[in-house]
Structures are given as C-alpha cells and as structure tokens.
Design a protein around this ligand. Structure first.
Ligand code: DGJ
Length: 733
C-alpha cells in the first residue's frame, strides 16, 4: 500500500525554528521502495531506495542518516528532477529557455496525488512549479506493485505569453546511493545486436545514446542493468533494470558524483531536438520503465516479463503463430508457383503460417533487389499475377495462414512513390541524398504521409481479409534529418526527432484501433527496434538477422533480461554449421519459426522437425508464459542452460547447449542446479527433441524431489555428441 506522508519537523516539547513541512512520497512496490522528500526550500529529492521499510513513517527519518555535507551541493545533487539555471549545478533533467530568452528554471514542490487505477496499480503524480516563471512540471509514477515495475514520465506545461524552448526534457532522474555501481549496457551492429558490456562506473559521466532516429537501437540500446554495490548477479543483490520506451533518439546518462552516488537521467536525446512549446500545451515525455530487485537479475527479469505480458505487449498472454518465412529460402527471387510449393513445406512441418518476405511488390520499378520499389505497395504482376488474395486462399488449402512483409516508412528513389511525392521524403533540400540500403525515409511528421502509411496497411487488410500477420521492417536510419512538412508549417526543424516518432505512434494507434489483434512482428534490419512503446502495438519482435544458433544462444540470453520469450521471434535457418536439432532447440526458446527450404531436409531431419514442432506446441505455453530461470551463463561457461517453469511449478522445460566445444567430450561433469521448482514436489525427467536414431542417456524412471534438483542438481550430459539437450520436468502426481 502506498501512502503519502505529510510530516511535521518538530514537536511541541522541543523548540525548533519554523521550517517548511517535509512531504515524504514513497514510490513503493512489493519488494522495493524509491522515496522522495521535500527539503527546507520545497525542492524534491530522492532520499532512499532499497528494501521497503515496514513502518512508512520511518521514511521521514532516513535522509538524516546520510551525512552529505557541503551546503547547497547535497540538496541539489539528489533532486528528483533537476532543473537548469538556478540552484542546481549538476547535469539537469530539464533545461528551458523562457519566452523572454531567460535560461533559469527552479522547480518547487506544490502537491501530490495518488490514485488507484486497477488491482495493484497506482498512479502517483507530483506537481512541481517555478515560483517566478509560469512553468509546471508534473512527474508521474505508474506503479505495478506485485510486478515491481515503475513507469515514469514527466509532463511540462507553461502559461507564458509566447512559446518557450525545451532544450532538454528527460523522462526520469534517479539519484542512487551505494558503495559502487556496475552498469551493463548493450551495444551492437547489424547481425551483432545486444552485445552486453558491464563496467564499474567511476566518478564522472557515462552516456549511452542514439542519434539514428529510425532504427534507433542499431548501435546502442536504451536498456540497462545496474548492480548496486557489486556487479549484478543472477540471484543475489540489488539490481535496477529497465529502458527508455522511446523509438527514436535517446540519451541515458549515468553520472557518479563526488559523493560516489549515481545520478541516472534518461530521456529523449536533446541533440538537435530543441522543442518549441506553445502556452497551455502539455509536452509529455516518453516513459522510463524500470524494475528493482533485491534478488539479482533473475527476479528482475521475471518482474519485467510478468509486467510486459500482463500490461504492455499486445496480446501478451495470447496466442502466437509458428511460421515458415521465405526470406533466406528465396530472397527476392520467387513467383506465385514457387511460393505455393513452399506452402506445402510449411504444411509438412506443421507450422501455423507462411510469411512472405520482401520482394512481392512494385511494377514500374519491380522489387527484384533492394535498389527499387519501396513505397509502391502493389503486387508485382509478373511474380504474383493473381495477387496476395490468391496466396491467402492457396495457403488456406494447405491449412495454413498467410502473412506478409512491409517496410512502409521507407522509399527507394527508384519508385513511383518517390516520383509522385518528392516532398514526402526526409532529406536536406540543398544537399545530395544519402542512402542506406539504397533507400530514404518518409517524413512521418507529415499527416499526409501518416495517412499514406495507414492506407498501405488498411488496404492490405480490406483487400485480403484472410491476411493473418504483418512483419513491419525498418532498415534505414535517418541521414540528412529534415522534414519538408515542418518547414511548410513554419515549425522548427529541431522538432523532427520528436514528431517523426509521434507520427509513427499515431499511425500504429490508428491501425490498432481498427485491427486490434492481428499479430505484427517488429523488425528493423534485425534488432534495431525493441522498445516497450512500440511493443504496445506489436505482438513480437525480430532480435537479429544473425540466426547462427550458437551466437543466438548468447543473443537470446541477453534479450531475455528485458523481454519475455513470447515476444522474441526465433527462426531456424541455414546459418552456421550446427545440426538441425541444435538450431530447432535454440529457436524453441521463444516464438518458433523456420526460414529454410523444407524440401532440402533429409528424411530424418524432416521427421525430427515435425516431431519438434509437435513438442513445441505441447510445451510452448510454459516457454511463453512461465517463469524464466537462467541457470548457466554462456558468457561465463562452456555450457548455457536455462529453464522455464509453469506458474504451478508442476512442469518445466530445460534447455542446455554446448557453446564452446574445446575438449568438449566431458563438458558436463557437474550437475546443473535447477531453480523455480517446488522443493516438496516429486518430479521425473524426460528428454525431448531426440534426433531419430538416438536415445537419451538419462534415466527417465528416476524420481527426484524438487529439493534435490535445486540443491544437488541434474546433469543433462551435454557433450560434443549431445551439444543441445531439451528436458521436460514433470511433477509426479
Ligand atoms: C531485414 C530483415 O531483418 C530481414 O529479416 C528481411 O526481412 C530483410 N530486411 C528484407 O529486406
């Protein structure tokens, strides 16, 4: 339960000088508390974070236990939303230029409110106001108590006579105390997304940011893991983990100050993004979403997964379609007959759907490679003379659904769309165009472009009512950032970064208002987009084009810190040298798909895949909706091992992989300790996904207590001949 305490500093028996009454605002979840408190000058500071106190009244006392001297410095260091230009000399969360050109802002506490907005969900709002200029900032904290998740954002409004300029407008500003801080951030490149790096933060500023606009997370990601006092471990210690839910330029700043405390500021990147805000117009920042755990990263991930499935990802607790995709099987080279013959492969495998990828559109400039056609979303009459509708029907004959690829934010200069609407393209009018994958970005700031993108999707669904799925790609970042539409409206060019993303969300909202449930995959040349704002509109995302399965074990592991398996699309492809069993096992730890020519499989490979798809359909609910326990980290071991346990703890699926096969014949001499089971229950073990002609080496008749499996452990007997092992753990009833 969250209460706001208004407490008096003083008592009737002791004389104290009259001081402002401190207000204490605990932002409390089941396992953690962030506590805000006003100081003598009514500025709001973060004074505590950690395990929630039993007696909330004691939050008042807590700040007195910190001996941060130095007059103004201490007060200004720990601000809950530091403003630039007056009392605070630290990195600001907000910086404005008033209508008169003045650069000062002082934010003082005015009031707060708590509303219950659902079972176990609270919305706390705190109003801060400048005593001199009529500028108000309201901080919002939406708290999911049981899931231990906080969504935080700010709303900025003013009543000056003319527009003010927002120079910086962060979503959140945390102030954390601790001996040391260990920060894990994630960097990447094409096909190398989400590479973790953990570093101890030293005094000074570390920032992680994107200036790419679209495909914003190609090289840096707004995801973070923060180990407080010590490096983050899987099962122990204080960990804060989260991301900025924004699909454009972001900036995450981590500054260790002279007290060895950490200021964390996350928001839209202020780079080239000064925003002119008219009077009485609310500017809402994106959400900064985080969880905290006193039991390491494992619990923090389970918090985020429960929250994401329950409240964020579209249809997060629903169904998903297994599929066969044709991208790597055909690239751009296919026609109707080839596709319908591939449908048979999908049916043979037993998957739910066929996904037609890039290359099906464009007539004046056919999309036969990546140089032409983007923007012209009509079926290419040579390749698909009977249109997509025919393919939907042909797929139905094979008892499978049909989905299609789109990249509706983009245009090739070689396209009819570009010729018709050069004014819809993002580029600098006086400079040569700069291409990425031979394409340019459409100006989604422009409502006409938004309407166009909406129509592309809408007409696909209205013309082909059976269409079951969309893969929404976005391959190019923005060069030459410039919106012709903003110029026409006489709006500042520096609104581009914000208005593009708002335009994208506006289109997606319209699509979802009309088509609330149809599954859509978020893809950005691989994993250039994976954020919790876009996942409101998408059922799943594509983590990377890198489907080499050993690499993929690492990658899925690292994405799993933030995203549940139900949202993570994994395809079996021909990348790498691992046998089909290894590839299918890895892809089964998420939403399973295939991108192969089924007819090229040998008989035993095909029957393995068919059985594996059946097994997957039987255990997918546990992988998608159960609790994830990461047991052995591939970054630290020759073996990766993880398991998913259903909420009743009656059934679990454990995956183990050899990721380094040097001297691998005796790779698993030691048992792996399982987690998440009930110590009092009895379980049996069964090996799944055995390749035809092989047998398990485990004794499937043995009964184990949960206690034994979690303390002594179980040896999956992984070695070079058994490089991937899938085990089912079943309660004996
Ligand atoms: C990039 C995606 O990541 C691939 O899966 C594929 O859809 C191509 N684009 C198509 O151009």
């Amino acid at each position: 339960m969250i209460k706001v305490l208004l407490l008096f500093c003083g008592s009737s028996s002791v004389f104290l000088p009259v001081m402002a009454q401190p207000t204490v605002i605990p932002i409390e979840t089941a396992d953690y508390a962030f506590v805000l408190k006003t100081d003598n000058e009514q500025r709001l500071n973060m004074v505590y974070h950690g395990a929630p106190l039993r007696n909330q009244k004691e939050y008042l006392t807590v700040s007195g236990e910190y001996d941060l001297k130095d007059g103004n410095e201490a007060g200004s260091y720990s601000n809950a939303y530091s403003a630039a230009g007056t009392y605070s000399l630290t990195e600001p969360a907000i910086q404005v230029m008033h209508a008169d050109g003045n650069l000062s802002l002082d934010l003082k506490y005015v009031s707060n409110e708590i509303k219950s907005i659902g079972a176990g969900i609270h919305l706390i709002s705190i109003v801060l106001r400048d005593p001199v200029y009529p500028v108000t900032v309201t901080l919002y904290y939406k708290v999911w108590v049981r899931e231990n998740v906080i969504e935080q954002w700010a709303e900025i409004v003013h009543q000056e006579k003319q527009a003010i300029s927002l120079l910086k407008y962060a979503s959140a500003n945390l102030y954390l105390t601790g001996h040391d801080f260990y920060l894990t951030t994630f960097q990447g490149q094409y096909a190398k997304e989400m590479q973790p790096a953990e570093t101890k933060l030293e005094q000074g500023m570390r920032s992680v940011e994107s200036k790419l606009n679209t495909r914003a997370m190609l090289v840096q990601s707004p995801d973070f893991i923060l180990g407080v006092d010590r490096p983050a471990t899987e099962n122990n210690g204080e960990v804060i983990m989260g991301q900025l839910a924004w699909s454009g330029n972001f900036k995450m700043e981590y500054e260790v100050d002279s007290y060895h405390n950490l200021r964390l500021i996350g928001g839209i990147n202020p780079f080239a993004a000064t925003y002119k805000l008219n009077p009485n117009t609310i500017f809402k920042t994106p959400s900064f979403i985080y969880t905290a755990s006193m039991e390491g990263k494992g619990k923090a991930s389970r918090n985020l997964h429960d929250w994401a499935r329950g409240y964020r990802i579209l249809d997060g607790n629903g169904e998903r379609l297994t599929l066969l995709n044709n991208w790597e099987a055909t690239y751009f080279s296919f026609d109707e007959n080839k596709l319908t013959s591939l449908f048979k492969g999908a049916a043979k495998l037993g998957v739910d759907m066929f996904l037609l990828d890039d290359g099906w559109f464009g007539n004046k400039y056919p999309r036969n490679d990546d140089h032409a056609g983007l923007g012209d979303w009509q079926e290419n009459v040579k390749k698909l003379p009977h249109g997509l509708g025919y393919l939907v029907k042909e797929a139905a004959k094979e008892n499978i659904r049909f989905g299609v690829w789109l990249e509706p934010e983009m245009v090739n200069p070689k396209s009819a769309l570009y010729e018709r609407h050069p004014d819809w393209v993002v580029r600098q009018p006086q400079r040569p165009e700069i291409y990425f994958r031979n394409q340019l970005v459409l100006d989604l700031c422009n409502p006409e472009v938004q309407q166009f993108v909406f129509n592309v999707v809408d007409s696909l669904f209205t013309r082909n009512p059976g269409l079951a799925f969309i893969k929404w790609d976005c391959n190019s970042p923005v060069f030459n950032a410039y919106s012709p539409w903003l110029e026409k409206q006489k709006l500042p060019a520096s609104h581009f970064a914000v208005e593009y993303v708002r335009g994208l969300y506006a289109v997606l909202k319209r699509i979802r208002d009309k088509y609330p449930k149809v599954p859509m995959m978020l893809c950005s040349g691989g994993g250039g987009r994976a954020d919790y704002e876009l996942l409101k509109y998408f059922t799943e995302f594509w983590p990377s084009d890198d489907t080499e399965p050993v690499e993929r074990v690492y990658q899925q592991w690292d994405y799993s810190y933030f995203f549940p398996a139900i949202a993570t699309d994994n395809h079996v492809t021909d990348w790498g040298k691992q046998p089909i069993k290894f590839r299918v096992d890895v892809a089964s730890m998420g939403k399973l798909g295939f991108d192969i020519v089924v007819d090229r499989l040998k008989d035993d490979e095909l029957s393995f895949c068919q059985q594996a798809v059946k097994n997957y359909k039987d255990f997918k609910e546990i992988v998608w909706k159960g609790d994830l326990y990461r047991l052995l980290n591939p970054h630290e071991n020759k073996l990766a091992s993880l398991m998913y346990v259903n909420k009743e703890k009656s059934r679990a699926i454990m995956f183990s992989y050899l990721v380094d096969n040097r001297l691998a014949l005796t790779a698993t001499q030691l048992p792996v300790r399982l987690e998440g089971l009930d110590p009092a229950k009895t379980y049996t073990i069964k090996e799944l996904n055995l390749f035809p002609g092989t047998r398990t080496v485990l004794n499937e008749d043995l009964h184990y207590s949960g206690d034994f499996l979690m303390k002594a452990g179980l040896n999956p007997h992984v070695n070079a001949n058994r490089a991937s092992v899938v085990l089912e753990i079943n309660e004996v009833k």
